[in-house]
Design a binder for this molecule. Sequence first.
Ligand SMILES: CC(C)(COP(=O)(O)OP(=O)(O)OC[C@H]1O[C@@H](n2cnc3c(N)ncnc32)[C@H](O)[C@@H]1OP(=O)(O)O)[C@@H](O)C(=O)NCCC(=O)NCCS
Length: 241
Amino acid sequence: MAGLVEQLAWDSEFFGFPIGRVSLDGATAETLPTIEAEARELGIVCLYGALDPVAVDTAYLVQTFGHRLVEVAVLFGRPDVPYAVRPTASTVRRGTVSDLPGLEDPIATLAPWSRFATDPRFGPDAAQRMFHAWVERAARDGEKYMLLISEDANGVTGLSTHVRAKVPRIDLLGVVAPGSGASQALMAGFVEWAGRGPIEAGPCAARNIAVLRFLEHGGFSIVRTQYLFHRWLDEPTRLLP
Ligand SMILES: CC(C)(COP(=O)(O)OP(=O)(O)OC[C@H]1O[C@@H](n2cnc3c(N)ncnc32)[C@H](O)[C@@H]1OP(=O)(O)O)[C@@H](O)C(=O)NCCC(=O)NCCS
């Protein structure tokens, strides 16, 4: 039953140690040791796991095998209907690499909501570095990935990054002035870039109430929810008897 664990080249390179990924859907007390053995064989240090939350018993079981829940990730979707913006002093434009030095503050708003920030073995600095990398990718690309910046007379008020996929998706959104309408202006910029058809947002951390409310007010609803786990291979295999 080999081939369950996928090695993640980008993550391994970025964090500096071998990282892999596995689907925990359908995992049992018999398959979990097999997954573990395969990950060890590949030299994996941290194994990401994803599980459909409908499998409540499996969610408990995998934790007894050392897979630590680090995030409940919620993906949102929205049908092709007009997006209402609230009046705001912020205007929105495409961002480029020359904007990167001025984006520290909005990037800092994102870091606490990352699963890497909640896992102390990665930590908030690693989360911040990763968001930098995502924003930079969006600034450099402009086609598949795209960066939007909002600003008012005092400077940058927020940013958002976007992925052009079958269903276009907003993957990061952070504003330094919550409640100012900058977030809605960025979302409107995304809707315009995406063109006709449905859009998606996230995945978002379920503990992030502000973004859940923001998306709910904007006509989004849940498309998919996943439990995300980190299994550190140097931690005990069985945490519970
Ligand atoms: C998420 C975010 C973009 C929303 O933008 P915003 O300008 O705050 O949006 P809104 O003004 O529409 O406020 C959203 C809702 O969250 C509520 N809210 C804000 N902060 C909150 C908090 N800490 N706890 C609970 N609710 C909160 C607001 O009251 C509002 O709800 P309401 O209209 O029912 O009162 C912004 O809060 C933000 O940048 N947060 C930090 C970065 C982040 O979490 N990004 C999302 C993950 S990528």
